[in-house]
Each structure stands twice: as C-alpha cells, then as structure tokens.
Design a protein around this ligand. Structure first.
Ligand SMILES: [Zn+2]
Length: 84
C-alpha cells in the first residue's frame, strides 16, 4: 500500500483512505498487504528520514520499499502485462 499524508491507498485496486497503521488487507479487493511505501519518502524528500521511521514503527510487520523502487517495480510489471 502507498501511504499519503494521513491515510494510505491500495496499490492493487487504488482504494483510498486505508488506515495504514492497522490494515492487514484491502477491504475492497482483499489484497493482503506485504509492502509499504510512501509518496512522502522520495529519495530527495527532506523529511524522508522521519517519514520512514514513523511508518516502520507503526508497521514493523511490513517491508518498507522506496517510492522510486516501487514505481520501477510496478512499471516493469505493467510493461510485462502489456507485452503478453
Ligand atoms: Zn485493494
């Protein structure tokens, strides 16, 4: 899921307003969350350190990935789907 300012979105169906501090899966598409990233934790974001720390403290069970890496991964997946 992708953390915004207050709540998070589901990365698979784009459901909005997910409470990232305790959601285990998406209420809409039932995707079980395993990874977490944040739009506010880009590599050039000056508050990145604090944002990453806050998310990891709230969700130590999830794997934090950089937003740039997330975009690269999903970009590749979409490319693969496209060329099927
Ligand atoms: Zn979903």
């Amino acid at each position: 899921m992708i953390v915004g300012d207050v709540t998070a979105d589901c990365a698979s169906c784009r459901e909005l307003g997910i409470d990232y501090s305790n959601a285990k899966s998406c209420s809409k598409c039932s995707t079980v969350f395993r990874f977490i990233t944040s739009r506010n934790a880009g590599k050039l974001d000056k508050n990145r350190g604090g944002t990453v720390k806050r998310i990891k403290e709230r969700r130590p069970d999830l794997t934090f990935i950089d937003y740039e890496d997330y975009k690269e991964i999903t970009g590749k997946q979409q490319a693969r789907e496209f060329f099927k």
